[in-house]
Design a protein around this ligand. Structure first.
Ligand code: F0G
Length: 348
């Protein structure tokens, strides 16, 4: 049975003996071989499927630590800005801890499953007439002025929890991969992986990928109106952007952009060729390898083993799946029509 993440990695986490632990048995996610992706990129590629966490994304790793700490420090409420996954995770861990949860999300811009999760876990869900970056400014203001704990990844406990994914990868492979490919939004996760890798004296190449309509780290400029089908990474002013850029540089890796079409192509490829259904944003890690190749900049050797982080579960965003596939074949009960429906030609 999966152990609570804090128990598994207690010695590396800032949780004191006797402190309360708020856990839904997060972490210990599988590292899945991806033979068809491997063929396409010319290296061994494995998928760290974070979509199998309790709320369906990697956020649960950071949230178990952040909400445990909030509880132990006497907080009564937690708040976050979110493109959807942090909201769902904060709502679940707040529920588990008996705390009030409030989440601020960009109105009409988060996947329907994430909205449903946040609501059913019992959070107060505020749909903001603004984007994620606006929401983050507002929750920082609230946390500074009211007794409510901020659980975005600007909270250092989130990074502490999320770094454990790097530990799991190292343990499972018996050493670090040569490279890690990862989608980048607010830049907390890549910062956390880098912390985890360096704490265990390893330094794989980091390949980060942003959607081209929301790629401030690639262009070097904040984006006022970020736009992408990958709604989870629709972020124009990443809070941990500077740390992420330093990590890319130190690792010898890079950060690059891919288009929405390239993201959707990788998203469909992962589902239809590997049987792994992740969110569009998660597929950015694989799209980036397909589009930009694996040769590192400079004189480092090309990586032989690459881990792609699949940050969230595809079930969260059924609308994008339905919109990017051919759709159902409607059919009467007439056997001939059924035969035609089952065996007939079908174009994509
Ligand atoms: N993938 C998914 C599925 C995400 O939900 C996020 C971020 C990222 C990648 C990027 O991670 O921000 O640490 O660079 N989602 C946040 C949220 C912003 O509110 O759920 P990052």
């Amino acid at each position: 049975m999966a152990q609570p993440l804090i128990e598994r990695y207690r010695e590396y986490l800032p949780i004191e003996p006797g402190e309360p632990i708020v856990s839904i048995n997060e972490g210990s996610t599988p590292l899945i071989e991806a033979p068809r992706v491997s063929d396409r990129v010319g290296a061994r590629v494995l998928l760290k499927f974070e979509g199998l966490n309790p709320t369906g994304s990697f956020k649960d790793r950071g949230m178990t630590v952040a909400v445990s700490k909030a509880l132990s420090e006497g907080a009564e409420a937690v708040i976050c800005a979110s493109t959807g996954n942090t909201a769902a995770s904060a709502a679940a861990y707040a529920a588990r801890a008996g705390l009030t949860g409030a989440v601020i999300v960009p109105q009409g811009k988060i996947a329907v499953g994430k909205l449903a999760q946040s609501l059913i876990y019992g959070a107060r869900v505020i749909a903001l007439d603004g984007n994620f970056d606006d929401a983050l400014v507002l929750v920082r203001h609230l946390a500074d002025n009211f007794p409510i704990q901020l659980v975005n990844s600007v909270n250092p406990y989130r990074i502490e929890g999320q770094k454990t994914a790097a530990f799991e990868v190292i343990e499972e492979l018996g050493g670090p991969p040569d490279a890690l490919a990862i989608p980048v939004g607010n830049a907390g996760n890549v910062t956390a992986y880098w912390k985890g890798f360096t704490e265990w004296d390893t330094a794989p190449l980091l390949y980060g990928f942003q959607a081209s309509g929301a790629a401030p780290l690639v262009t070097g400029e904040p984006v006022d109106r970020p736009e992408t089908v990958a709604s989870a990474i629709r972020i124009g002013r990443p809070a941990r952007g500077d740390e992420a850029l330093a990590a890319f540089e130190e690792s010898g890796g890079r950060v690059r952009a891919i288009t929405d079409e390239q993201i959707i192509e990788a998203y469909r490829f992962l589902a239809s060729e590997e049987g792994v259904f992740c969110e569009p944003s998660s597929a950015a890690s694989v799209a980036g390898l397909f589009v930009h190749g694996i040769e590192p900049d400079g004189d480092r050797a090309a990586p032989g083993t690459i881990v792609c982080v699949l940050t969230g579960n595809g079930l969260k965003d059924p609308d994008t799946a339905l919109a990017s596939t051919p759709g159902v074949i409607e059919c009467s009960t007439d056997p001939t029509e059924v035969e035609e429906a089952v065996f007939g030609d079908r174009s994509d």
